[in-house]
Design a protein around this ligand. Sequence first.
Ligand SMILES: Cc1cc2nc3c(=O)[nH]c(=O)nc-3n(C[C@H](O)[C@H](O)[C@H](O)COP(=O)(O)O)c2cc1C
Length: 339
Amino acid sequence: MLINKLPLKKDLNPSKIIINFACMIILAPLHGFTDFIFRNVYSRHYEGIDVAVSPFISLTQCEKINPRKAKDVLPANNSSMPVIPQILGKEPELFIQMAHFLQDLGYDELNWNLGCPVKSIANNKRGSGMLPHPELLRSILDKIIPAIGSRLSVKIRLGYYSTDEIHQLIPVFNDYPLQNICIHPRIGIQMYEGKIQHEILQAIIGDFKHEIIYNGDINTLDDFNNIRQRYPSIKKWMIGRGVFYNPLLPQQLKEARVEINVRDSERFSLFINDLIHELRLYKSEAQTVNKMKDLWSLFSYGFDERLSVINQIIHVDNLPDMIKTINTIIETEKRLLAK
Ligand SMILES: Cc1cc2nc3c(=O)[nH]c(=O)nc-3n(C[C@H](O)[C@H](O)[C@H](O)COP(=O)(O)O)c2cc1C
């Protein structure tokens, strides 16, 4: 199991740890995965994440925003990990309304989702579907920036249909006072798979006026070290799926250290059981079972026998069995590792 790679903090020899103070780790927004329940429980068991960008809040026409819509970023739900709310949409008036609502909650940075590749969203020029339309992008920034000030950051890809699109986008972004630009160096039609276009990003990174945050396929310390070498100017790194494949990853990246310790199965087990307990405070038993099935579609990557793990999880239909199944999966892995 990949998660068993770092000793518990108390077992480490502090003199041997190289702390990466210069690097900031940002939890990527994963809609349906990294909500406030996950973020709060995660931060009770693991270290290394400095800040999270929330999964997107979609803009909808309404007189006044219902706080339930922004439940994920309400300060009362977010005392454990700093969070930057993310907005998905393209209507300037609605954007400004949501920005002011979030500003009143105390947020001084908002992130605009210009990277979502989901077809139904992109076809509507939202998310990465905005990237082939630099003039539309400019007209929206023209309206929202004077109303919300320089509190906006954006999360983008290199384009939707083609990496050529980024060349028309850079001068547009450069004309506005953005906090930073987080880049996932794929194009929209690639979704989350296929080759990361490092050569393109390396060639254009110097053309941006803003601070760049890197995001994509950092799943191990080796990935991080390899990618870091390509971008010496980058100091902030966003990681998403890797946190599920290996919840110790943020700490490993921060401390630049990977070691084996079977007892980390215990930490993972405590984390998962705490997560189930917390989910039950907000959801029915059936909803909690379904949520676990979703989350394990990513957690399962941390196990050598991924297909068998998925197979066991998807056939469970009640919460006591789900808890039993998960604990058996973790125990089995722990015994295998101890051999
Ligand atoms: C299930 C899932 C949900 C996602 N939801 C969002 C989202 O709400 N907002 C966003 O900007 N990106 C979203 N993303 C993209 C991730 O934030 C990130 O850019 C992508 O997973 C690549 O980073 P990674 O390789 O570290 O996972 C999502 C990705 C996945 C797989």
